[in-house]
Design a protein. Structure first.
Length: 579
């Protein structure tokens, strides 16, 4: 409503259309500069006047509606100051879900390319079957879940699928390691989590290959036998893949992650049908057989993407072979407007090449495909390496975080029920992990610090949970709220208005986070709002105030809590009633 009043005021005295005005309006960094600001640069160019002169002239023409109490020219900007009482009431009563639906309708009626699709398919985390899920996979999972939640909140129908890379040279290395050094052991006989058991043989293979390079040739020969459907190789692959997937499923459960469908490279014949797509490209002259290596390749040099092997000389497939068919089968089964694949940033070039190949093949789904990537997750002591076994196992990390959370809870509440301790500590541990990985731009590398992520103070998930728990405690001590008779004139000081101002921006922040695929913006909102409330809590009385002031401030506290819970839900983090 208030933004629309600003748009109306500007539209009445300029030649700009509403969509353009809306795109130009800014939120000033402080309330001293108003609630909204409009830059006059575009008008200055049209009128051939200095922007500050345009601002001065324009404010003399604008007639203020009752919702706007003051406008000021500030250099090239016009600053708009709202009626604080009306603003507090409006922000407190508006419903984010309803407002978002309206925003998406308006956005999608525009000709802009920035639109919310009706249907979104997400593919993640797509792990290999030769290792357990590690810290890198965790970043993939929490990123994927938050993107799914954001699109769903914006009204899209979302589906997530998984790819189980259960065939290839990486799997053969684990299999060969098992045949040489496994001694017919099983996860049950060793009492090890099944995916960890499989990973040990991949690490053993990489260790021995340094002394015996011929092992690489053996693994390649095993892959050839696999693709020629050798019954013994297929049986061993099936057994070890089941061990790996069973372990993965236990980890997925901790992250509340399930899938509409899991694609299997072996069982779904992705690599076989991928070879058919390669043959299609060969027949069209888009791909070629390299004379020197005999590999089937595609030349993407003129697109700045180099040359890419699509099929090895011995006829065996590689990752891109299966990806060339996987996109086709996903499109055939789901027909979504947008198909998102989430991987580590190391695969950026791979997907640029893949999408360009789809373009060249005139695949109808090429336009809707999106690759989202994220930076590396390192440890204070350096980079993780799967081949050397120096990865941070997701299960071990969660266990460590939960034990640390338990210790913190017991200091604060030594008499807590043991079942409650388990539940609360797990939710705090997952909050710490998710928030730490999501609070930075996904493209950036991260050094993960478990202790820092668990802090109840600072920029962490537990800090947001703690703020919600604090508000719960305040509301429990207070009389019942009277939402119908709130004196909003009592909520006009600077901190209160800052909170309302920030809450009013939340839907725009969600929309921007969705369109730019940056859940870090939701983390920033939650941190800023929690910090504002805690500053307010330390400066102002709430429960002990006179009844009208108390009720108004309690209603504000309730609204803050509601918005913080929504922010956490978008990040797939559980709020807590108590810490």
């Amino acid at each position: 409503m208030f933004r629309n009043k600003v748009i109306n005021a500007i539209e009445a005295h300029t030649n700009l259309d509403r969509t353009k005005i809306d795109s130009l309006i800014e939120i000033p960094p402080t309330l001293d500069l108003g609630n909204f600001a409009f830059p006059c640069f575009i008008l200055a160019k049209e009128l051939k006047k200095a922007p500050n002169q345009v601002a001065i002239e324009l404010i003399t023409k604008i007639k203020l509606p009752k919702e706007i109490v003051e406008i000021k020219a500030n250099g090239p900007y016009i600053n708009f100051y709202v009626n604080k009482e009306m603003f507090a009431e409006y922000v407190n009563k508006k419903t984010p879900e309803i407002e978002m639906a309206e925003k998406v309708i308006n956005l999608n009626n525009d000709d802009s390319s920035n639109q919310i699709p009706k249907t979104v398919l997400l593919e993640f985390p797509s792990p290999n079957s030769n290792k357990p899920l590690h810290l890198g996979h965790v970043r993939n999972m929490v990123y994927g879940q938050s993107i799914k939640n954001l699109y769903a909140f914006c009204g899209a129908e979302t589906t997530n699928v998984n790819l189980f890379n259960n065939r290839g040279i990486h799997v053969c290395k684990s299999m060969l390691g098992y045949t040489k050094w496994g001694n017919l052991q099983t996860p049950e006989s060793t009492k090890k989590k099944s995916d960890k058991f499989v990973a040990e043989f991949y690490v053993l293979f990489e260790k021995h290959i340094k002394e015996n390079p011929e092992l690489e040739k053996e693994a390649q020969e095993m892959l050839q036998k696999w693709e020629h459907e050798d019954s013994n190789i297929l049986a061993l692959g099936k057994k070890m893949n089941k061990w790996a997937e069973d372990g993965h499923k236990k980890t997925y459960k901790k992250f509340e992650l399930d899938f509409e469908k899991t694609y299997y490279e072996q069982e779904d014949g992705l690599y076989k049908h991928g070879k058919e797509v390669v043959q299609e490209g060969l027949s069209k002259g888009l791909f070629y057989k390299d004379e020197e290596s005999s590999n089937v390749m595609v030349d993407l040099e003129k697109y700045g993407l180099g040359k890419k092997v699509l099929l090895r000389a011995d006829g065996t497939s590689i990752y891109i072979t299966q990806d060339m068919f996987l996109a086709e089968i996903k499109d055939r089964q789901y027909k979504t407007e947008k198909s998102i694949i989430i991987t580590a940033i190391e695969q950026n070039n791979h997907f640029k090449q893949l999408f360009k190949i789809f373009e060249l093949l005139n695949k109808p789904y090429a336009k809707g495909m999106v690759h989202l990537s994220y930076g590396m997750v390192n440890l204070p002591e350096g980079r993780m390496k799967s081949r050397e076994g120096t990865v941070v196992d997701a299960d071990d990390l969660i266990d460590e975080l939960q034990e640390m959370a338990k210790a913190e809870i017991l200091v604060r509440n030594p008499d807590i029920d043991m079942k409650e301790l388990e539940d609360r500590s797990f939710k705090i541990a997952m909050s710490a992990l998710r928030f730490f990985l999501l609070k930075v731009d996904p493209k950036l590398d991260i050094v993960y610090d478990p202790k820092q992520s668990l802090s109840f103070e600072g920029e962490t998930g537990p800090y947001i949970q703690y703020t919600i728990a604090r508000i719960n405690s305040i509301l429990e001590k207070a009389p019942e709220l009277d939402f119908e008779n709130v004196d909003y004139s009592l909520l006009t000081d600077n901190l209160e208005q800052q909170m309302f101002n920030l809450i009013n921006q939340f839907n725009d922040i969600i929309l921007e986070a969705t369109l730019r695929h940056k859940p870090s913006a939701i983390c920033r909102f939650a941190l800023d709002l929690a910090q504002l409330f805690n500053e307010f809590y330390h400066q102002k009385q709430i429960v002990k105030e006179e009844s009208k002031i108390r009720n108004a401030r309690l209603v504000l506290a309730w609204k803050v809590k509601d918005m913080l819970i929504l922010a956490l839900e978008l990040l797939h983090i559980h709020p807590l009633e108590r810490m």
